[in-house]
Every structure is written in structure tokens, then in C-alpha cells.
Design a protein around this ligand. Structure first.
Ligand code: NI
Length: 245
């Protein structure tokens, strides 16, 4: 059930049965030579809607404008500062809690969103929160490992591009045909949560926009399987989240 496709009467009726809502969060940023700008928002939105359908949960509109300052030297990227994004999330939570939502689940598709969402959530001690990135579910991780191993990398990943191929555009690899520079385990650890440097340096270091990800390994069939695994995992995790106090 989608919030934007519901009437207020329907939301009032939903609140009599459930106080839980899923908010998908993505980004608007470059995803390499064969990944579309909306990749993160599209993946999170689709998984949230599919997962919600399984358990009759409510899904809020996708938050697609988020922080991605490190990608600002690539045309098409739009980055919202962390304080502004955090403040927006605070006001969204205020709106939802006012209406009676007490269990708010963020289904995330962009690493840099996690820290500001956590800070925003910390303002609401009486509300239950969960923040989960779709790729971190066990069943999804198993598929990512099986399909791509180390070539999953960190950005413009074959798994996220597979999902957009399954439901949207399928773009020829072009420059992404060749594998990117492989990342060290240390680099991945230090840059987890999209902790990248200034935009100029980032583009210099990763000129085509891929960060250790071999995007060309993406397949629409993989995308279907990843969507299926992620939405089932989300449905289960959301149910568990509602049952916990
Ligand atoms: Ni992404």
C-alpha cells in the first residue's frame, strides 16, 4: 500500500491496524557509464513496494534527494547537504508520529544516508526505528557473492544495476566493459557509508564513476532474483520489527 496512492480515510483505517511505515531512501547521483542517475532511489523504492505488498505494509514516497557531495563533479548528480537532509528527515518523522506512526522503517539504497538518518532518529526516543540497506539482508548478500564476488565493489555495483535493468533501462556497457581498478579491503573499510573525499579528488580517483564495481556483470535476470530476495527479506524483517516492542 502506497501512501501517495492512498486517501486520508484509508490511512486512518490503516492506523487502526498498524503503526508501522516503510520509508525508502535513495539518491540522485551518477552511477558510472552504464548506471542511471536514479539507481539508488529506484532500487529502494521498488524493493519497499514489493516487500510491503507481501505483508500489507504502508510505504512512504522515496527520499531521492540526499547527500552525495563526493559525486558533484559528475553531471546530473544533485546533493543535499547532510544538515538539510537530516532536518528534513526530522520533520518527516514529526509528521508521521503526529498521525500515530510509532514504528518507522527506513529501507535504504545509499550509504551516505545512514548517518544523518540515525542522527534524525535520535531526536525521537519514544519512536521505534530500523534502518536497513537492501543489500545487507543475508539472502541478498548470498546472491551478490555468488554472482559477482569481489567485483560487487562499492558504487555502480552490478547488483544495483541488475535491478534497474530488470525494471527499467538496460544500457550498453561502453566504457564499463573493462573491469575497474580493484579496491583493497582497507579502502572498503575506510570508505564504508560513502565516506569519500571532495568531489574533485573523487572524480580524479574514479574517472568513470565506478568505485571498484564491475557494472558490466549486471544481468536483468540477476535483478529479478535480487528483487525477489530483497522484498521477501524486507517483509520478514518489517514483521519482526513490528512485533518487537
Ligand atoms: Ni547506488
Amino acid at each position: 500500500m502506497r501512501l501517495d496512492q492512498s486517501t486520508w480515510y484509508e490511512i486512518e483505517a490503516y492506523l487502526e491496524k498498524s503503526s508501522g511505515i516503510i520509508i525508502p531512501t535513495g539518491s540522485t547521483e551518477q552511477h558510472g557509464p552504464m548506471g542511471i542517475i536514479g539507481t539508488d532511489a529506484i532500487c529502494a523504492g521498488e524493493i519497499a513496494n514489493r516487500g510491503a505488498k507481501i505483508v500489507n505494509a504502508l510505504v512512504a514516497p522515496v527520499l531521492a534527494y540526499t547527500p552525495a557531495p563526493f559525486n558533484m563533479d559528475f553531471p546530473g548528480t544533485i546533493s543535499i547537504s547532510e544538515p538539510l537532509f537530516e532536518a528534513m528527515v526530522v520533520e518527516i518523522i514529526e509528521g508521521l508520529t503526529r498521525h500515530g506512526f510509532s514504528h518507522i522503517y527506513f529501507l535504504n539504497g545509499h550509504g551516505a544516508n545512514i548517518a544523518p538518518i540515525e542522527r534524525a532518529a535520535s531526536h525521537f526516543p519514544k519512536t521505534q526505528f530500523k534502518i536497513a540497506s537492501w543489500w545487507s539482508f543475508d539472502t541478498v548478500n548470498t546472491l551478490r557473492q555468488e554472482y559477482y564476488g569481489d567485483w560487487e565493489g562499492m558504487h555502480a555495483t552490478p547488483s544495483e544495476i541488475s535491478i534497474t535493468q530488470a525494471i527499467g533501462r538496460n544500457i550498453e556497457p561502453g566504457l564499463a566493459k573493462e573491469p575497474p581498478e580493484k579496491l583493497s579491503a582497507n579502502f572498503m573499510k575506510q570508505h564504508a557509508g560513502d565516506k569519500h573525499g571532495p568531489a574533485g579528488d573523487h572524480r580524479k580517483q574514479f574517472p568513470d564513476g565506478r568505485v571498484g564495481s564491475h557494472s558490466a556483470l549486471a544481468r536483468a535476470e540477476h535483478g529479478q532474483a535480487l528483487l525477489e530476495a530483497a522484498s521477501v527479506a524486507l517483509a520478514e524483517d518489517f514483521t519482526k520489527f513490528l512485533e518487537a516492542k
